[in-house]
Design a protein around this ligand. Structure first.
Ligand code: HAM
Length: 426
């Protein structure tokens, strides 16, 4: 038996989790400003949810789900994405009945897909996503895109490209679908086995095929944009107008096809242009899904959202050489010498912690010098020194490690002194 983490998963050790916590904090603050509230749904769901929601013909449902039977014989699946679960919860808890519409939600959590692992493609990855349910206003599309771009920009990323497309409404899609079938059918035998099936089930997905991307018929394939009916065209025009108005740059790519079935109207992806980002350049993706809530048994409800993995976000930060301002140093380390002092150290470490200060002490009975070394390794800003002599005088010696200045502080005032020092940024 291998005692390693399963392929496509990773352990995040403390040297990494600081960055993760920083990012999660930044993202939830961003959501607060845009008024999206957190939702937490189960890690596993009934398999049928994804078959119906994400779509039976998608790669996710056909090839990538972690599906298992529980002891009660139910088919369950580790969630491969968050949108279907959020839409299910929206229906189950009748959130469509809330006075405040649209309902604007965000989530952060692990998703699971059985894919071939490579850089930026994991079998367990963490998605941050948002969903706005209950409004068909193109300004909501623009809001979702603005939040998505801000998420990257506020962390310092610059090499970003926002690519948008419209997949149109049901009627436009139907017409486009027929045109695609007509266009690709004469070449059916030359397409890969997957595309031969896609041509029957979901011809739009042929445009997204990695294997057939150089087939001559791809370049001449009918564009969805020429099949948009007037309503869809106007909708897309309004989304673009809002983006222009907000000063958000984008490019329109009529070949942008998303890998999930629930999309219509606006579809988008954000890519990284950064050198050295790697083969997979997509940072995040999303779009509108006006039929999904209905598909899951709810009332007709428009929706739009997007999701990104934090793994790819971290890769982009690394590619652009951005270091996050994660505070690593301890506020304070207590050094004690002698039995009495050790007792006092236990007590004052606790007193300081109760006052909100981040403190640690030695637990290995190290010598004085080795305790200082430990304080250095932990990047302690201050060292509180307790020796028998200090205790006799009811003081502690406090050393500021940056300036080297050391002062005797009466024990009674130790907590307030330390607070003052830290508040003053010392
Ligand atoms: P998706 O394009 O399948 O869309 O995934 C969104 C993002 O999740 C990707 O752009 C990527 O950042 C990340 N991602 C996907 N698979 C992996 C993987 N194997 N390893 C690492 N990262 C990955 C959705 O999931 C939709 N639910 C997005 C959405 C929300 N649409 C509307 N609302």
């Amino acid at each position: 038996m291998s005692m390693k983490a399963p392929r496509g998963t990773q352990d995040l050790l403390p040297e990494a989790t600081g960055n993760w916590q920083y990012i999660e904090h930044k993202l939830s603050d961003l959501c607060r400003r845009f008024n999206y509230q957190e939702v937490r749904t189960p890690i596993f769901e009934h398999t049928e949810l994804f078959q119906r929601g994400v779509g039976d013909s998608t790669d996710i449902v056909q090839k990538e789900m972690y599906t298992f039977e529980d002891r009660g014989g139910r088919s369950l699946t580790l969630r491969p994405e968050g949108t279907a679960s959020v839409a299910r919860a929206f229906v189950e808890h009748k959130l469509y009945g809330l006075a405040n519409q649209p309902v604007k939600l965000f989530y952060v959590g692990p998703m699971f897909r059985y894919e071939r692992p490579q850089q930026g493609r994991m079998r367990q990855f963490v998605q941050f996503g948002i969903e706005a349910l209950g409004s068909a206003d193109p300004a909501v599309d623009a809001e979702v895109l603005a939040l998505a771009m801000s998420a990257y920009q506020e962390l310092g990323l610059r090499s970003l490209k926002l690519v948008i497309n419209s997949l149109g409404d049901w009627e436009s899609r139907k017409n486009h679908r027929e045109a695609l079938v007509e266009h690709f059918s004469p070449h059916k035998e030359e397409l890969c086995a997957d595309c031969q099936v896609r041509l029957e089930q979901n011809p739009l997905r042929v445009l997204d095929c990695k294997k057939d991307k150089d087939h001559p018929a791809m370049a001449t394939a009918p564009s969805i944009l020429t099949y948009l009916n007037q309503e869809s065209e106007q909708y897309f025009a309004k989304v673009k107008e809002h983006l222009d108005n907000m000063g958000i740059e984008y490019v329109v790519d009529p070949n942008l096809v998303r890998g999930l079935d629930y999309y219509n109207h606006t579809a988008f992806e954000i890519m990284s242009d950064a050198e050295g980002f790697g083969a997979i350049t997509t940072l995040s993706g999303g779009g509108r899904y006006n039929g999904l809530v209905e598909e899951l048994g709810g009332p007709e409800t428009p929706g739009i959202g997007f999701a990104m993995s934090l793994e790819r976000l971290l890769m982009a930060l690394e590619a652009e050489g951005i270091e996050l301002p994660v505070d690593e140093g301890l506020d304070c380390f207590v050094v004690a010498l002698g039995e009495k002092a050790e007792k006092a150290a236990v007590r004052y470490t606790y007193e300081l912690r109760k006052a909100g200060i981040q403190v640690d002490k030695d637990y290995k009975q190290r010598k004085f010098k080795a305790q200082f070394k430990a304080a250095d390794r932990l990047k302690a800003k201050h060292v509180v020194i307790l020796g028998d002599e200090e205790l006799e005088n009811k003081v502690a010696a406090v050393r500021n490690m940056a300036t080297g200045v050391q002062e005797d502080v009466p024990l009674q005032q130790l907590v307030s002194y330390m607070k003052q020092q830290l508040e003053g940024g010392n």
